[in-house]
Each structure stands twice: as structure tokens, then as C-alpha cells.
Design a protein around this ligand. Structure first.
Ligand SMILES: NC(=O)C1=CN([C@@H]2O[C@H](COP(=O)(O)OP(=O)(O)OC[C@H]3O[C@@H](n4cnc5c(N)ncnc54)[C@H](O)[C@@H]3O)[C@@H](O)[C@H]2O)[C@@H](O)CC1
Ligand SMILES: Nc1ncnc2c1ncn2[C@@H]1O[C@H](COP(=O)(O)OP(=O)(O)OP(=O)(O)O)[C@@H](O)[C@H]1O
Ligand SMILES: [Mg+2]
Length: 369
């Protein structure tokens, strides 16, 4: 009986996905053949057969992008904050923050170190830059008590603003200074206290991989690891190596093990899971692998997640979570913008060229009426 239900449910899952009929038939034949060969491995088989479905990223983009209603006031289309930017890296937080504005957010803040702030401000007058983070080298002579006071001051500066943010992006160009990362741990706790969603990327993932409890079971956390960051997460959390043969199942297990956070695994195909479903986005894309594309993505996830959250309270609330929708929309848009930029600039395509194409790409999918 159980066996029959399992088979029926596997067939139902197969046919519910938007696969071509020949693919469905091939998979059904495979299912029957494998069932006959070994009846004892049914649960594994069903899991393997319920393969990842390609998300309809353009449709998600149309669903979550709000109309430009003259009745809406400044801030309603999103207030984003990037926590990142240090002596070494000023580009990454800039890319994330400016991408948020280019997609349509109203306000974009950056909380960075004192050294990075004037540089980031000079890139753009559009960004609101807070020079509040401290690195160890500035306080090396301080006593423990003085260091604690500095930390309290940093947290106080962020606390003043936290309530207004729709989403944070934690990590682009943050660096790995231990004192700074300790402050950022506290900023994550603060965000959770105010129920502010956050996207963790770059060095934020370095922090989280070593302190998983910072994000564990927080449903509003999104992790956006690249190849190396994903490898470190898998090793730490699942205690094994990345297995490309079981990419979807492994991603699902990882997200589940971290208490149902949403993970966007970046790569040739982007894979997204919250421990339950797995979606892929493989449309468009570019062969150029210039640094900074992940930063565009993290800023974009923040905006689309905020927009998707607004839908939650409306009459047509989508069934998928805002985090999943935000990841699908951001991945689809970045890949389209990267493809467009590559058409124009070929081998010389830079991250700033892709940012230039964000507006045109979104307009193409979801025109302003
Ligand atoms: N202009 C900027 O300021 C930029 C700063 N960035 C920041 O730089 C910091 C470090 O980020 P990284 O991503 O370099 O750190 P990681 O420690 O994650 O990556 C380290 C190494 O992995 C390699 N790598 C990347 N993708 C790979 C792949 N598919 N296969 C094999 N090796 C691969 C890279 O070449 C790099 O040497 C972060 O804070 C990040 O946000 C980056 O976002 C890029 C742009
Ligand atoms: N091999 C690939 N082929 C095509 N597209 C890719 C490939 N790898 C990544 N991408 C696209 O680029 C986006 C950014 O991923 P990437 O791996 O470059 O992030 P990252 O290393 O964190 O970038 P950053 O330099 O900003 O830190 C992904 O969402 C994906 O859509
Ligand atoms: Mg990155």
C-alpha cells in the first residue's frame, strides 16, 4: 500500500513540474525500471525523482515588482542597509548598495569602517554612508574595558537605524578582522530582535560558517554562497564534501540542518532551497566572471525579498516564502543584466556595466506602465 502511494506521489510530482512530455515519460520509465530493480530504496528513489524545477524567474519578477504608484511615499519601495566595507574592500559594498537603488529601492545605506567611508561616499552621492565600524588596528592599545565601550558604541549607532530597514546585506567587503566580526555578530542579533531579514554574503559567510547559531532557525536569513563559500558551509555543517551528483539533495539537507534558512548556491546554474523545496535559475547569464557579480546579487535579493514581503500582507499572497521569491527574482535579473552587458561589452564587461543594465533588464521583463 505504502509502496503504491509512494509511486503515485512520485508520478504526481513528476507531472506537476513544467517538464517537457518526453522528459516526463523518460523519467517515468526510469522510475519503473529502478523500482523493479530494488523495491527497498523507494524513499530515496522518490526523492531523486522529484527533481529540482526551473523557476519561472520572469514571472516571479513580474509578481514581486511593485507598480510605481504616485500615492506611495519615499521609503515604501525599500530601505536597504549594507554592512560591509573596510580598508581593503570598498567596491563590494558599493556594488550591493547601488544595485539596490538601480533596481528601484528608495534608500540605500552602508555601514562601514571609518577608512572606507569617504571612498564609498566618493563613488556616489546617492548612498547614505555611516563610518561606524572599527577594526582591531585602530584599537590595539585599548584595554578590554575600552574595547567593550567601542563595541557598545558601534552597536548603538546601528541600533538607532535598525527599525527602519526592510532588509540588511551583511558581508560584502567586510574583511575578516576579529573585532569587527564580533561587532557584526551583535548586529545580526539586533536584526533578529527587530525581525529584520538579512542576506549574508562574502565575509559575512565566513563569520556565519564559524558560528552557525547566528543564523540557525531564523526564517528571514538568506545565505548566498559562491563555490568556495558553499564548500566551507557543507564541510562545517554536513561534515562532508560537496557532492555534485546529489547537488539538490545536499543543498536541501544543508538548509534544513541550519533550521530552514534560505540558501542561494551561486554557480553556472543558481540553486535555491529552504530545506523543503529546491528551485533552479539557469536563464541568461554571461561567460564573464569579473569580481563583484555576487555583490550585485546580494543587494538585489535584499530588494526583491522586501518587495515579496509586502505582498505577504496583501490579498494575493504568493504561496512561496518572500526569501525564496527574492532569490529567484534576483538571480533571474542579475543573469539577464549580465547577459545584456556581455552583448554590449564582450570580454571587457565589468561589474559596473552589469549594474548599468539592471534597469533596462527589469524594464524589459516588467515595464513601467
Ligand atoms: N571590488 C571589490 O571590493 C570586491 C570585493 N569582494 C570581497 O572580497 C572578499 C573576499 O571574497 P572572495 O570571494 O574573494 O573570497 P573567498 O575566500 O570566498 O574566495 C577565495 C578564492 O576563491 C576563488 N574562487 C572563486 N570562485 C571560484 C570557483 N568557482 N572555483 C574555484 N575557485 C574559486 C577566488 O579566485 C578566490 O581566490 C569579500 O568581502 C567580498 O565581498 C568581492 O565581492 C569581489 C569584488
Ligand atoms: N560558472 C558560471 N557560469 C555562469 N554564471 C555564473 C557562473 N558562476 C556564477 N555565475 C553567476 O554569477 C552570479 C554571481 O556568482 P559568483 O560565483 O560570481 O559570486 P561571487 O564569487 O560571490 O562574486 P563576487 O566577486 O561578487 O564575490 C551567480 O548568481 C550566477 O548567476
Ligand atoms: Mg562574493
Amino acid at each position: 500500500m505504502l509502496l503504491r502511494h509512494g509511486v503515485i506521489s512520485a508520478f504526481e510530482q513528476l507531472t506537476s513540474h513544467s517538464l517537457s512530455s518526453s522528459t516526463v515519460i523518460r523519467r517515468q520509465q526510469f522510475l519503473v525500471r529502478t523500482l523493479c530493480a530494488s523495491r527497498t530504496h523507494l524513499p530515496n528513489l522518490i526523492r531523486a525523482m522529484s527533481s529540482t524545477s526551473e523557476a519561472d524567474a520572469e514571472s516571479v519578477l513580474r509578481t514581486v515588482t511593485p507598480s510605481l504608484d504616485p500615492k506611495r511615499h519615499k521609503g515604501q519601495a525599500g530601505k536597504i542597509a549594507v554592512i560591509g566595507g573596510c580598508r581593503e574592500y570598498t567596491g563590494a559594498p558599493y556594488f550591493a548598495a547601488i544595485s539596490a537603488l538601480r533596481i528601484g529601492a528608495d534608500l540605500s545605506h552602508v555601514f562601514c569602517t571609518k577608512d572606507a567611508a569617504p571612498v564609498i561616499k566618493s563613488y556616489s552621492p546617492e548612498l547614505i554612508v555611516h563610518p561606524v565600524l572599527e577594526e582591531s588596528y585602530n584599537i590595539s592599545q585599548f584595554t578590554e574595558e575600552e574595547k567593550r565601550k567601542v563595541q557598545d558604541k558601534v552597536i548603538g549607532e546601528v541600533d538607532k537605524w535598525m527599525e527602519i530597514f526592510d532588509c540588511l546585506v551583511i558581508g560584502p567587503g567586510l574583511g575578516r578582522d576579529p573585532f569587527l566580526l564580533e561587532c557584526v555578530s551583535k548586529i545580526m542579533l539586533l536584526a533578529k530582535k527587530f525581525n529584520v531579514p538579512f542576506v549574508v554574503d562574502g565575509d559575512g559567510l565566513f563569520l556565519v560558517t564559524n558560528s552557525i547559531d547566528l543564523v540557525k532557525s531564523y526564517p528571514l536569513a538568506v545565505l548566498t554562497p559562491n563555490v568556495i563559500e558553499y564548500k566551507r558551509l557543507v564541510q562545517k555543517v554536513l561534515n562532508c564534501e560537496v557532492d555534485e551528483g546529489k547537488a539538490e539533495d545536499q543543498l536541501r539537507s544543508l538548509a534544513k540542518q541550519i533550521g530552514g534558512v534560505t540558501i542561494l548556491r551561486k554557480g553556472k546554474t543558481d540553486l535555491i532551497s529552504n530545506g523543503e523545496i529546491v528551485k533552479s535559475v539557469s536563464i541568461y547569464g554571461s561567460p564573464r566572471r569579473c569580481g563583484g557579480q555576487g555583490d550585485i546579487l546580494s543587494g538585489s535579493v535584499a530588494v526583491f525579498l522586501s518587495w515579496a514581503q509586502q505582498l505577504k500582507s496583501g490579498p494575493e499572497s504568493p504561496s512561496e516564502s518572500p526569501a525564496i521569491l527574492g532569490c529567484i527574482a534576483a538571480s533571474g535579473l542579475l543573469r539577464k543584466a549580465a547577459s545584456l552587458a556581455f552583448t554590449k561589452h564582450k570580454r571587457s564587461t565589468l561589474t559596473s556595466d552589469i549594474i548599468e543594465c539592471l534597469g533596462e533588464s527589469l524594464e524589459d521583463i516588467c515595464p513601467v506602465s
